[in-house]
Design a protein around this ligand. Sequence first.
Ligand SMILES: [Zn+2]
Length: 130
Amino acid sequence: MPTYMTAMEIRGIRRDCLDTLRAVGRSQHPKEFVAVLRETDGIIEEFDLAPGTVVTEQSAGFSLGMMPLDVHVAGSAHSHPNGVLRPSDADLRFFGRMGRFHLIFGPPYEDTDWRAFRRDGTPVSLEVFD
Ligand SMILES: [Zn+2]
């Protein structure tokens, strides 16, 4: 991993950021959304929707690959409208290029309908800050 991509340790995610991501997932359903997560002082609190956020699973990696590099990129978030809350093979290929934490959301997009993963696909718990 190139050292210029080294960012500070990610400690968690803001609840309002998480809630907004869930709302985006709900509004896009049954289509998928893709977002790039940004941290400030180690806490994920902002995101940018990828260009043309309504994409297929196959094109998601391409869209993320087009995003500019930013040292504050913490990872990615996207939805699996089929409700399978684990990374697909395509997901694992682009996780490695985009930060360290990757969130997957699924219907019905409630409080517990998301999971966090490391870039290798290992599930990880991410603290939620109010
Ligand atoms: Zn996926």
